[in-house]
Write a protein that binds this ligand. Sequence first.
Ligand code: FMN
Length: 330
Amino acid sequence: MPGLFDPIEIDSLSLKNRIVMPPMETGKATPEGDVTQEIIDHYVKRARGGVGLIIIEHTFVMKNGQFSTRQLGLYEDRQIEGFKKLVNAIHEQDVPCILQLNHAGSRTTTEVIGEQPVSASDVPLPTGGEIPRPLSKEEIMSIINAFASAARRAKEAGFDGVEIHGAHAFLLNQFASPLTNKRNDEYGIDMAGRMRFPLEVIQAVRETVGRDYMLFYRLGADDMIEGGNTIDDGVKMAKLIVNEGVKVVDVSGGLIGSRPPEMKPGEFVPQAARIKKAVDVPVIAVGKITTGELADDIIRDGEADLVAIGRALLKDANWPKTVAAELGLE
Ligand SMILES: Cc1cc2nc3c(=O)[nH]c(=O)nc-3n(C[C@H](O)[C@H](O)[C@H](O)COP(=O)(O)O)c2cc1C
């Protein structure tokens, strides 16, 4: 089995090691969602620190899908220029980068978007928040188009691929979970119905950017809330998205979010390992992985192909170099 510092080829992507910077919102965009120099500096620092791949923080695809006031957005063509600068600066460090695309659904507020948040049904999240307005089929179609247009802009900006955000209680996760999707039409009722919208987003993105373009999906593989999706459902969802053309499954939590209370080291690794056994594409594991030893074990034990190092990379931008030294590598 390869280790943490062994390279990996995933279709068109060549990574020098298995360390991924997962998407983490910086809150440093302009109020319009545009790229700032502060954002460029933040990512260049981690690229210099030795990560194999950077997945840029969640970026809203249309205005009523904005999560917070200083979040990145890519909902207009005029924004492509700023993203080009970000991509070029990361590529200069010889690190590939992927852009995460998102619609917040009900995980935003009227204050941020200036209107009532939308979702699958008029059910608030189990973790709280406003009562959303259920989306009409026409609105679902316009969000699918917004994801596809944002992916086209990301490709024009030079990103090596895009990641669709289907985790952490955001809109696509709200459709996928039986706790938040109470619809009685073709976008609800059972797993096939609840996954219809996420799968249609994947299809539209693939049709727009082409089948060869790198496509990741951040999967809310386990709601960890009574009555929600379990990891058995997560395995089924992973098969559905891979069947639709997703090339890398980035496994994380569902409605429980990315950082459940009392999180333990390697929190979502068992879910990644289950999914890895069920699909034939690379899988990313995440969850409070802070030591080189744990990260290396996850790869060597075959639990995942890549590991995402989140908060540890925020703390130490040189984390890959630090742990390589600890493991006795150059
Ligand atoms: C400040 C912060 C912002 C985050 N923003 C995002 C995001 O934009 N998209 C996403 O999928 N996950 C986001 N996450 C979750 C991380 O990608 C990661 O899954 C989580 O922090 C667990 O990994 P860790 O324990 O290594 O930090 C964020 C986490 C943090 C700490």
